[in-house]
Design a protein around this ligand. Structure first.
Ligand code: PLP
Length: 406
């Protein structure tokens, strides 16, 4: 049984009030709250076990190295990736995708080469490709959503041309909540010899991920959305792509030897982890993934899907609310506007007065906003600890907005 009260008790922040009301935290899509095991791991890391990793021969350095390195295996287990050495630890998805752009794509793209993207991408999976467009003449090919916010995998496959060097696509939209059938896209792209990068920042939070079945070339994660510390994350890189990548950042830890006129590099994954990493953040990230696996990612998925259905029924009853993205296969993420002149920022301010935290703006997805014909939306994004009572509190606060702004 999914013991929601026990889970909520693990997240100390959930018992606080905001503006004199119980906190209803619905901004999980931006960043999730942290359970006690993560807070404990971070405290322990700094209070009792702190030293730099990899370089020391003393006790504390060995302890922190062991704990840090163990996270590679935890991420691999979480993603069902058989080889921990295919996991590069980093500060999150933005770093992961930029690494792919610099380390893998830049050396192989020529003017006119194409990247296929969906219109739902987060800027983290757009701007690095604009760098290739600006600097090397790469062409970005966009695949739009349909009327309910779905991406038809066949449209992505059809957008692949002989010039396509990469498909870069999200598995779950941070704005619409839509789940993309990335397995069909990966299989078809591979049949055409085209590698696929999956932005898993949102998907990995809401559903089990199986790298050994999906077989992506790159799969990017971000720790702070997975109930871990900010500044933590990882990217899975398939062995063939790992062998093709040149180093991205240079510095300590990623080398074998450095001389005046030459340098040789460490083997992957260290080759792609230059400098002192986010040691304690990464250890906390490992604790977050362990926590999710203890609860069971399938259990989290089932809980959130029932919240989604409950919220959907309630929101459908508000005929002045415009919810963007009505796919039947979506996570509990609702982006909306209200009929009338109220701006998303005003709506979120009113909700905040009722203790309800949502995000307002373009959600780092401006091409999608343009496609939807809106400049901004409010977004309520649910997590593993949210409840149907919180859906009710959210709906009550929306009704207050409607009374104020209608
Ligand atoms: N991709 C998606 C789909 C996201 O939702 C986000 C964060 O909002 C990112 C990428 C970027 O993640 P980060 O800022 O942690 O690097």
């Amino acid at each position: 049984m999914y013991d929601i009260e026990k889970i909520r008790a693990d997240f100390p922040i959930l018992s606080r009030e905001v503006n004199g009301k119980p906190l209803v935290y619905l901004d999980n899509g931006a960043s999730a709250q942290k359970p006690k095991p993560v807070l404990d791991a971070v405290r322990m890391g700094y209070e009792h076990e702190y030293a730099n990793v990899h370089r020391g021969l003393h006790y504390l350095s060995n302890v922190s190295t062991e704990k840090y390195e163990a996270v590679r295996g935890t991420v691999a287990r979480f993603l069902n990736a058989s080889d921990p050495n295919s996991i590069i630890l980093n500060s999150g998805t933005t770093e992961g995708i930029n690494m792919v752009a610099y380390a893998w794509a830049m050396p192989r793209f020529e003017a006119g080469d194409e990247i296929v993207l969906s219109i739902m991408e987060h800027h983290a999976n757009i701007v690095p490709w604009h760098f290739l467009r600006e600097r090397q003449g790469a062409v970005l090919r966009w695949v739009d959503t349909d009327a309910v916010g779905n991406i038809d995998p066949q449209k992505v496959i059809d957008a692949i041309s002989p010039k396509t060097k990469l498909v870069a696509i999200t598995q779950l939209s941070n704005v619409l909540g839509t789940v993309v059938d990335v397995k069909s896209i990966i299989d078809a792209a591979h049949a055409k010899g085209v590698p696929v990068l999956i932005d898993g920042s949102q998907a990995a939070v809401h559903m089990p991920i199986d790298i050994d079945t999906l077989k992506p070339d790159f799969y990017a994660l971000t720790g702070h959305k997975l109930y871990g510390p900010s500044g933590s994350g990882a990217i899975y890189v398939a062995p063939e792509r790992l062998a093709e990548m040149r180093p991205f950042m240079g510095g300590g830890d990623m080398i074998r030897d450095v001389a005046r006129d030459q340098v040789t590099y460490a083997d992957p994954p260290m080759k792609f982890e230059a400098g002192t990493p986010g040691i304690v953040q990464t250890i906390g990230f490992g604790a977050a993934l362990e926590y999710m696996m203890d609860v069971g990612v399938s259990n989290i998925e089932a809980h959130e899907r029932s919240l989604r259905d409950y919220a959907r029924t309630k929101l459908d009853g508000l005929n002045w609310l415009n919810v963007q993205g009505q796919s039947s296969d979506k996570a509990a993420i609702f982006s909306f506007t209200l009929d009338g002149a109220a701006h998303a920022h005003d709506i979120s301010t009113v909700l905040d007065k009722r203790g309800v935290a949502v995000r307002a703006g373009h959600h780092c997805a401006q091409p999608l906003m343009e496609h939807l014909g809106v400049s901004a939306t409010c977004r309520a994004s649910f997590g593993m600890y949210n409840t149907t009572a919180e859906v009710d509190a959210f709906v009550d606060a929306l009704e207050l907005c409607h009374d104020l702004f209608a």
